[in-house]
Each structure stands twice: as C-alpha cells, then as structure tokens.
Design a protein around this ligand. Structure first.
Ligand code: C2E
Ligand code: MG
Ligand code: MG
Length: 703
C-alpha cells in the first residue's frame, strides 16, 4: 500500500491547492470556465503536471506546482522546451526516458529532483503519450509525484533489516522471527543451539520446538506482548531439552507485527546454580547433607511427625579417636576414614532416615518413623558396630570407635535446635562414661555443658593446688622376678572424692590443654623420686613416664626433659618415656624428638602395643628400646587362642628387632608361665604389685 503523500513543493507550509484556488476565481454567476476549472483541478492535486507537444518538446500546459518546482511561473514556462524547463542537469538524466515516450511508450521512473530552494526530493515520474483516434501522437503528459517520504521509509526499513541481519549474525544468542507462531527467519546461532538446519525450522510452527509444558507460558508471553525475560526449555534436534532464557519483542516489519525472540542457552548456568545449591547443602568431603540442610529437613520431618503422632530420633555421633588419627597419620588419612564412616552409616539407615555431617568427626542421624525408643537403641548399636569394624587403609588397619547420643521427639524437645542440642549432650555423657557407647538424653544432661566448664576449672585448680600425686608400679624380669624398672602413674588426690584414676581425667586434660602441666609435674616428680631412691642406696633402675601425644607435639619436649634431668640430677639412661604407637606415624615430630631424646640417653618404650595403627616399619626406623604388649592380649591368654597367638607374635617380633618385650596387666600365675614359656623378658601387673605411693613402694626388696 502506498503511503498518502501530500506534495508541498517549495514552501512546505502552504497547501498548493489553496494557493492555486486564490489565483483562480469564479465569474459573477459563481461558475468557472472550462479552462479555469482545469486549472483549479490541476493546481489542487498533490502532483506536478505538465503537457508537452511531441515535435518540438515545448510545454503546452503546466500546473503551478510543476512550474514552480522548476523555477518558473505558470505563464513563463509555457513555450519552453523540456530541456529549458527542467534545466541542463535534469535533462541529462531524463533524456532517454523522453525518447521512449516519443516512441509511444508509457514510461515510469523515479529520480532525484532538486527544488529551486536547494531541497532534494525523490519523485516518481510518469510520462504518458497522448494519441488521437488515428493513433497520432498529440503530446505527452508529465505526472510527477513526490515519493520522498515513502522512499525514505523504505530505505530505513532496508537499513534496519540490514542492521538486524548484522546483529543477528554477530551474536551467540539464538534469534528467531515468527508471525503468529510460524517461524519466518532464524540466525545461525539459533540453529547451532538447537542442532537444526535452516530448512527444518523455517515455515515450521514454533511449538514443534518447545516441550508441551512450556506452551502455556510462551503463548501467554506472546499474547500479552510481554517483553521481559523468562526461562523455558526448547527441544534439541537429538531430543534432549535445553534450558533457555528467552525474551520476545514485537516489531513491525513492512507494516506487519512480527515477534522477534532472542534465546540463550543457560545449561551451563543451570549446572552452576545446581552446583552452588548442592554446595550450600552438602558437605564436600562425604557428600552428605550439611548442618544447614539437615536443620531445614528436620523441621519438615518434625512437622510431619507432629501431625501423625510418630517418633523421631536424633543421633549425635562422634568418633572417639579421630583427632589422634588426623594428627598422627595426617589429614589425608583422616579424610578417607571420614568417608568410609559416612558410607557405613548410610548402609545401616533406611530410605526415610537421614544422615548429615556436621563438621569434623561429628555426624547426625535422623531416624524418622519408628515405634519405640528401643528401636532407636538398636539402630545405635548397629551403627557402633559398623563404624568400629576395622578399616583397611594403605595396608594399615584403622579402627574408628564412636560415641552416640540420642534424643527423641517429642519427649526430649519439640524443635530441631533443642533436639540436636540434647543429642549432643547425651553424646558427651556417653563419652564421659566410657567411649564406644550410646546414650539417651535424660533431663539434666543439658547442664553438662556447664558441667564440663566446671570440670575444666576444677582440674586447672588441681594443677595449681598440686593435688596430683605419682604412684609407682614395679616391672619385673620374667626369668628371675627381679625388679627391672618402675612405671610412674599419675593419680589425682581429690580432697572430697579421694584418689581418682588417670582414665578419668587424662583425656579430658589433653583436650583442654592441661596435659602439659600435669605431664611436666609427673616427669619432674618421677625423676626426682628415682634419683632420691638411688641416693638412698637402692638399685639404679629406669623409671617409665607416660608421655601424651599432645606433649610430644608441642616441640619443646626434648628441652623440657633435659631441664628436668639437669635439675634433678638423674642420668638420662634412668628415664624411660612411654609413647603410644599412633604417635610414631607422624614422621616429622617423631624423627627429631626421638633423636634428641636418644642423645640425652633417654630410653623409649612403645606402650599398649598392638592396639594402635600397626605399621612395623617405624620399629626399625626409630631408636626404640621396649615394646609393651597391651593388657588386652594378656587378659585372655588362658582362654583365647587368637590372643595367645598375638602375644607370641609380639614377643617374637620384639626379639627379632632386638627390643625388650614387656607384658602389661599380668594378674595370674598361669599368664606368667605362658610368658616365660614364650621368652617374654619383662612383665608388669597386679601379680608383681599394683601402683602405689612412693612411700609404700617395696619392690626394691626384690632387687
Ligand atoms: P598404661 O600406661 O598402659 O598404664 C597401665 C595401666 O594399667 C595403669 O592404669 C595401671 O594401674 C593398670 N594396671 C597395672 N597392672 C594391672 C593389672 O594387673 N590389671 C589391670 N587391670 N590393670 C593394671 P592407670 O594407672 O589407671 O593408668 C591408665 C592410663 O593412664 C595409663 O595406661 C596411661 O596411658 C595413662 N597415664 C597414667 N599416668 C599418666 C601420666 O602421667 N601421663 C600420661 N600422659 N598418661 C598417664
Ligand atoms: Mg604406660
Ligand atoms: Mg599400657
């Protein structure tokens, strides 16, 4: 459809029709003459009109607009040749057209037209030959219309289409045009995203490429002409879905409303989002849900249980010896252990249950939907069992024991926080009452946090007040029962509770940073006592002092030992330090410290041998003197063939490595007989004498 164009040549404010009207007036009767009427019409139409005579090409008629456009008046243009009328330059352009019309052709062309005021217009020119009845050419009409605006609009569309094509080609966004849902054009990026060829798309319905459940959303956006971004999916040629971000725009092309859509593949972003979501909710090491996620889920689970009147158990699991593993064998080993434990816990649980890692060596289990507390206890028992089963690791066997605290909804709390806190309190209580157990929460347990603090400050006080004493237990030679050494064992002489065994406070002291002071005291006191015994004329024997891994790791142990030896005057060879196996795994600490101690003449014993993380390499590598066979192997010597075999193996191992084997916890004569039979060098235990205060120590009489 052509635009309606009003021609305003020259003065664009003045309507040429009105201008012409004022020059042509009716007669007194109000009638126009024929010529007058012709002129009125000619001057009123929005076009340039002229009539030329064919032989001479002189102007016979021109309307006002035509004359003025060429710089003439209606009168002065008459009789001018075309060439004179339109000027040299224009003549040049149109001469061929003029020749065509003179041959009787209807000619139509567009050309630029320069107005007398310098304005450039684009005009459409019709040259129409005029014949009489005998086909004699009488003249030629010239009809010129101004199509400048129309022309510009077309040019603009061409330009903008060109621009659009360039944009579309330059972007990675898929761009498509559609008219009422039928695709009319797409860019290469869109084809690349969807894996289609152009001909598989153009002319097809948009909906073929959109999964059904997105049809509604998309058609809503289209119908409402929305131009905001939304997310949806499209179907790749190979069938899989692609997450996309889409924006639609309504644009008018050649007078018709089209929809332009731009889409971007957001699969990578979706993956990243999912990953972030996962990270926010999971523990990276074990892949288990983390605390945040668990609390969220627990709240939901509790709401359901409340509605259905069911029970929910919360189990707080803490590994007993994880810190030792981590510190002595390294984080790498600790990590593997945690992963294994996580896997084992999961195996015990059912679909409806949930386990999460709270951090460190703490796990939390939610048992949903069970009938009675005993059921929870059974699950806890099962968990303890699977967790403590030995774990093979780089040729070593590790054991992870756990303590479990249990709280039950609704009895022990009605919200996630309370239930977790109470399970935590129950777990601490389980630890305090001998590890490797589970315990239910009972009212009053939550005061245990406060109790722990009180306990710590009480222990600190005991250090300051000097409430610790050292007991001594004899170590005898198996062959002739003569005194071979003495072990120093600490006791807490509590003003109200009386003597307290180290098993009740050593570990606690280790975790609270109090072991150094206690250890220092025992070391100094044991050395002083040993020197005093020597000075009193008793046989010069080594005194064994237990050293905690924490003290060892402090790094200044060698210096501390040297100071004590210097201060007390005891020779280094009369001091024997007892370490546990796990400590030896930490090569850096041990290498230096053991060498330093050896330089002082101090002896080294491995305590509780056989219970730790046995790698035998270090027995050869380090300057070790004695192996203490753990009491647990000695206990069952009479009854258990396996234990017997282990005890014998340790004795032989020690002998092979030229170490002195010593059996701990020997209480009965037949145990001693067994040891003698198998060549164990030394023993210690109630059979030889219990630990006693220095003034009660009478074993020297055996010397
Ligand atoms: P340990 O070094 O293996 O000490 C042997 C433990 O066995 C001692 O327990 C001792 O009283 C006990 N015992 C000795 N003979 C027998 C027996 O015939 N039968 C039985 N059933 N037990 C026997 P105690 O004194 O309660 O010490 C426990 C643990 O506390 C020690 O085990 C040691 O690891 C630690 N400990 C003791 N004193 C110290 C100390 O000064 N510093 C450090 N770091 N740890 C210490
Ligand atoms: Mg010991
Ligand atoms: Mg021991």
């Amino acid at each position: 459809m052509l635009p309606k164009i009003r021609v305003h040549f020259g003065d664009t404010e003045t309507d040429p029709a009105l201008g012409a009207m004022s020059a042509v007036a009716p007669d007194d009767a109000g009638r126009y003459g024929e010529d007058t009427l012709l002129r009125l019409v000619a001057d009123s139409v929005p076009a340039l009109i002229a009539y030329y005579e064919p032989q001479t090409l002189r102007c016979v008629f021109a309307n006002k607009a035509y004359a003025e456009a060429n710089g003439w008046t209606v009168d002065s243009i008459i009789g001018k040749t075309v060439r004179e009328a339109i000027g040299e330059e224009a003549w040049h352009i149109i001469e061929p057209q003029v020749e065509r019309v003179l041959k009787g052709e209807k000619v139509e062309y567009t050309r630029p037209l320069m107005l007398p005021n310098g304005e450039q217009r684009i005009v459409e020119v019709h040259l129409i030959p005029h014949f009489d009845e005998r086909s004699q050419m009488l003249g030629a009409f010239v009809l010129i219309t101004d199509i400048t605006r129309h022309h510009r609009a077309e040019q603009e569309i061409r330009d903008s289409e060109e621009r659009m094509r360039k944009f579309a080609a330059a972007t990675n966004e898929g761009i498509f045009f559609h008219k009422d849902g039928i695709l009319t054009d797409v860019n290469d990026a869109l084809l690349a995203i969807g894996g289609y060829k152009r001909e598989e798309v153009i002319g097809h319905a948009l909906w073929e490429f959109v999964p059904g459940e997105w049809h509604q959303t998309m058609s809503d956006y289209m119908r409402e002409g929305r131009e905001d971004t939304f997310e949806a999916e499209v179907v790749h040629k190979n069938g899989h879905r692609i997450a996309v971000e889409l924006v639609g725009k309504t644009i008018v092309l050649r007078g018709e409303a089209h929809r332009l859509g731009a889409l971007r593949d957001i699969t990578a972003r979706r993956h990243a989002e999912a990953r972030i979501q996962y990270l926010a909710h999971h523990d990276m090491l074990t892949g288990l849900p983390n605390r945040a996620y668990l609390t969220e889920r627990l709240t939901t689970i509790l709401a359901l249980a409340r509605r259905h009147g069911t029970l929910v158990a919360i189990m707080f699991i803490d590994l007993d010896n994880f810190k030792t593993v981590n510190d002595s064998l390294g984080h790498h080993v600790g990590d593997v252990l945690l992963k294994q434990v996580a896997g084992r816990i999961k195996e015990v649980l059912r679909e409806a249950d949930m386990v999460s890692r709270l951090g460190g060596d703490e796990f939390l289990v939610i048992l949903a939907d069970f009938a009675a507390s005993e059921d929870a206890a059974k699950v806890a028992e099962k968990l303890l069992q699977v967790i403590s089963a030995p774990i093979e690791l780089e040729g070593r066997e590790l054991c992870a024991n756990a303590s479990i605290g249990i709280s039950v909804f609704p009895r022990d709390g009605d919200n996630a926080d309370d239930l977790i806190r109470n399970a935590d309190a129950a777990m601490y209580s389980a630890k305090d009452h001998g590890r490797g157990h589970s315990r239910f929460y009972t009212a009053g347990l939550s005061d245990e946090g406060a109790a722990t603090l009180a306990r710590e400050s009480r222990l600190r006080q005991a250090v300051q007040r000097g409430e610790f004493v050292v007991f001594y237990q004899p170590q005898l030679r198996v062959s002739d029962l003569r005194l071979a050494g003495i072990e120093a064992l600490v006791r807490w002489r509590h003003p109200e509770r009386g003597l307290i065994d180290p098993s009740e406070f050593i570990e606690f002291a280790e975790t609270r940073g109090l072991i150094d002071e206690i250890g220092q005291y025992v070391l100094r006191e044991a050395c002083r006592q040993n020197k005093a015994w020597q000075d009193a004329g008793h046989a010069a024997l080594p005194i064994s002092v237990n050293v905690s891994a924490v003290q060892f790791r402090r790094g200044d142990l060698v210096a501390a030992v040297k100071r004590v030896l210097d201060d007390t005057g005891l020779e280094g060879r009369y001091l024997d330090l007892e370490l546990t196996e796990s400590l030896l795994m930490d090569k850096d600490i041990v290498g230096n410290a053991l060498a330093g101690l050896r330089a002082l003449g101090v002896r080294i014993t491995i305590d509780d041998f056989g219970t730790g993380y046995s790698s035998l390499g270090y027995l050869k590598r380090y300057p070790i003197d004695k192996l203490k066979i753990d009491r647990s192997f000695i206990d069952d010597l009479g009854t258990d063939a396996d234990e017997r075999a282990i005890a014998v193996a340790i004795i032989n191992l020690a002998k092979t490595l030229k170490l002195t084997p010593l059996a701990e916890g020997v209480e009965r004569q037949e145990q001693l007989e067994f040891l003698r039979e198998h060549g164990c060098d030394e023993f210690q235990g109630y059979l030889a004498g219990s630990p006693v205060a220095a003034e009660d120590f009478s074993a020297f009489s055996r010397g």
